[in-house]
Design a protein around this ligand. Structure first.
Ligand code: TRP
Length: 344
């Protein structure tokens, strides 16, 4: 039983080249949750600087993510869209969480090991503490549900551990919390299905990635219709026709990926797609995929470019969202200061 009111929180890093994988894996989920939940969507710029960023690129990447949210259908008036650095309470709660989390817990984080690579001594302290800031992002609103990719599951487990330890350490002798409900909820992941794992268009065994040197490996959300069509037409395939059953996709990562993209964009299962196109010519399927992808994404891309050209509008959305977020976060922090025993 969730004793806390349901609240969705998620964050996206402003690191540039937002692509189809981000759209299907995260942004479409954010859009769908708006109908059933109170939602807060955050552009996590404090997380972005855990690795080196060029200031001017960071600025435009923050606006790019914001534009993508809005172009895809996130409503910043009914919900909250803002950037993390404008709400200082995130960093403040992260400090307290740095004193709750154990070094041993952070040492187990696989993403730190991957990102720091061999030269761990030279990674920033911020990169190491990344997961405690992520826990603070969620818990400063006492959010209960967090749509994230599979790769963030471990960080979310850490957020639960931190919430649990905070509740245990600080509330046992506090009569105001004698009901045992705790101060922080234990936030639950809403994990995307495997169907939305979008792979590179050049190599079906690699995830579609912002950092792939080949721009043809990904469909950027800001691409125009012609560029999208060209990239899909050039996408790697194999010489066989499409199968009519799922088993027929085994060992065919490129075909599997394109069928998965079609299914996700159309809101169908892969089996539905194979029933429609199976055993037909691959090029028939590819033309249909070109049409579908262009129809779904080109309008989002053009709206994104229009919004990105209007920086004062985007910045106004973020400022308004930040003001509303700060109001909520400040309430949590007042209570946290009392619970910890600070004088105010
Ligand atoms: N670490 C997440 C990612 O890279 C981004 C993120 C930061 C986040 N804070 C968050 C996601 C809070 C969900 C909730 O994808």
């Amino acid at each position: 039983m969730q004793a806390f009111p349901q609240l969705v929180f998620s964050g996206v890093q402003p690191t540039g080249n937002l692509h189809l994988g981000n759209y299907l894996g995260a942004i479409t989920k954010f859009v769908a949750l708006q109908d059933t939940h109170d939602c807060i969507y955050c552009v996590v710029d404090l997380h972005a600087i855990t690795v080196a960023q060029k200031p001017s690129e960071l600025t435009s990447n923050i606006r790019e993510v914001t534009a993508a949210f809005i172009a895809a259908g996130v409503d910043p008036t009914r919900h909250i869209v803002f950037n993390q650095s404008q709400v200082a309470e995130h960093a403040e709660l992260a400090w307290i969480f740095n004193c709750v989390a154990r070094i041993g817990w952070l040492n187990r984080m696989t993403q730190f090991k991957e990102k720091a690579g061999k030269d761990r001594e030279n990674a920033s302290v911020g990169l190491y503490a990344y997961p405690t800031l992520m826990a603070a992002d969620i818990l400063v609103y006492r959010a209960t549900h967090v749509p994230v990719g599979e790769d963030q599951k471990q960080h979310l487990e850490l957020a639960r551990d931190i919430a649990q330890k905070f509740n245990n350490d600080f509330l046992v002798d506090n009569p105001a919390y004698a009901d045992g409900k705790g101060f922080f909820p234990l936030p639950e992941p809403l994990i995307q299905g495997p169907a939305t794992r979008v792979m590179s268009l050049r190599d079906g065994s690699k995830k579609m990635s912002k950092s792939d040197p080949s721009d043809n490996s990904r469909i950027n959300l800001a691409d125009d219709g012609d560029t999208i069509a060209q990239k899909i037409r050039k996408a790697k395939t194999d010489p066989d026709a499409l199968p009519s059953a799922l088993e027929g996709l085994a060992g065919r990562p490129e075909a599997d990926n394109l069928v998965g993209i079609y299914a996700a964009l159309e809101g169908k299962t892969k089996l539905n797609v194979l029933q429609q196109f199976g055993s037909g010519n691959f090029s028939t399927f590819k033309s249909a995929l070109v049409d579908l992808t262009v129809a779904k994404l080109a309008p989002i891309g053009s709206e994104m470019r229009r919004l990105q050209a209007d920086a004062p509008y985007i910045d106004g959305v973020l400022r308004d969202g930040s003001n509303r977020a700060r109001e909520r976060a400040a309430k949590t922090m007042s209570a946290v200061r009392d619970i910890v025993g600070f004088v105010r």
